[in-house]
Design a binder for this molecule. Structure first.
Ligand SMILES: [Zn+2]
Length: 269
């Protein structure tokens, strides 16, 4: 007579993030454009009114044993044809790009077809500009962002682009090394990325959960954000993760922080 034992294969603890950093070994910071804001208070209501601000715009390329993963795609590469930049948003923003994402990938020997997966923090133009450089690459995006109607009800992405619509966090490679974190507020389905590097340790890539350090330190929410309460809750969630992981927050648009970081072809391990 044999006994059949009930086996609990998995216990998923709600609210916790998968641990370990097995398969990831390199993180590259790529230049993906720059933005000059005419008035910083666009992002910091009531503070530094009328003071211009320079913002960085980065993309991040991650190497994992299972393949390459791209986080954010920056301003559209075609902008590099206009080196002096283009002014938009009624003169409030001037965007430029002095080198393309494609050229930086080429220099690293990475072909678009080598990329296994990609995700964007949200659907603003300085983050989704080059999604279609990778028409065959699986895109991980929150369902709430994917289905958020664009101008005139237009879709945010080409319907034929392969997509995995997420509803919350997602462990990209299944080993806890690269985890998409749901951080809504800036937009309905904004997300951030936790990368657990073997030497550098944990890094949270902010997307636009916050735009620069002073806003982070003072928990300021841009008036143009989709939802203020969600933004504050997401900032707190990121702060909790950074603390628990003894990690770093890398703020995509914070130019002083970005200027101090190693850029591709150099990388973080
Ligand atoms: Zn944005």
């Amino acid at each position: 007579m044999r006994f059949t034992l009930a086996v609990a294969a998995f216990v998923v603890t709600l609210g916790s993030l998968p641990a370990s950093a097995a398969g990831v070994d390199r993180l590259y910071v790529l230049y993906c454009g720059e933005v000059a804001g005419a008035d910083q208070s666009r992002w910091s209501p009531g503070v530094n009114v009328g003071v211009p601000i320079q913002l960085s715009d980065n993309c991040y390329l991650i190497h994992h044993a299972q393949g390459w993963f791209l986080w954010d795609t920056g301003l559209v590469d075609a902008l590099a044809a206009t080196p002096e930049g283009v002014t938009g948003a009624n003169g409030a923003l001037r965007s430029k790009r002095t080198k393309t994402l494609a050229a930086q990938l080429y220099a690293l020997g990475v072909k678009p077809a080598d990329i296994k997966g990609m995700a964007i923090s949200h659907t603003h133009p300085d983050h989704i500009g080059n999604v279609e450089l990778f028409p065959q690459v699986m895109l991980y995006v929150q369902k709430a962002e994917y289905e958020w109607p664009g101008e005139g009800g237009a879709p945010r992405f080409k319907p034929e682009h392969p997509v995995t619509k997420l509803e919350g966090d997602y462990d990209v490679f299944g080993d806890g090394s690269v985890v998409i974190i749901s951080t809504p507020g800036h937009t309905p389905g904004h997300q951030s990325l936790l990368v657990r590097l073997p030497k550098t340790g944990a890094v949270v890539l902010s997307g636009d959960a916050v735009h620069f350090k002073d806003n982070w330190d003072n928990r300021r929410v841009p008036s143009t954000n989709f939802n203020k309460e969600q933004t504050l809750a997401s900032m707190q969630r990121i702060a909790d993760i950074v603390e628990k992981e003894h990690g770093q927050l890398w703020i995509n648009h914070d130019k002083p922080q970005s200027d101090a970081q190693k850029k591709a072809p150099d990388f973080y391990e």
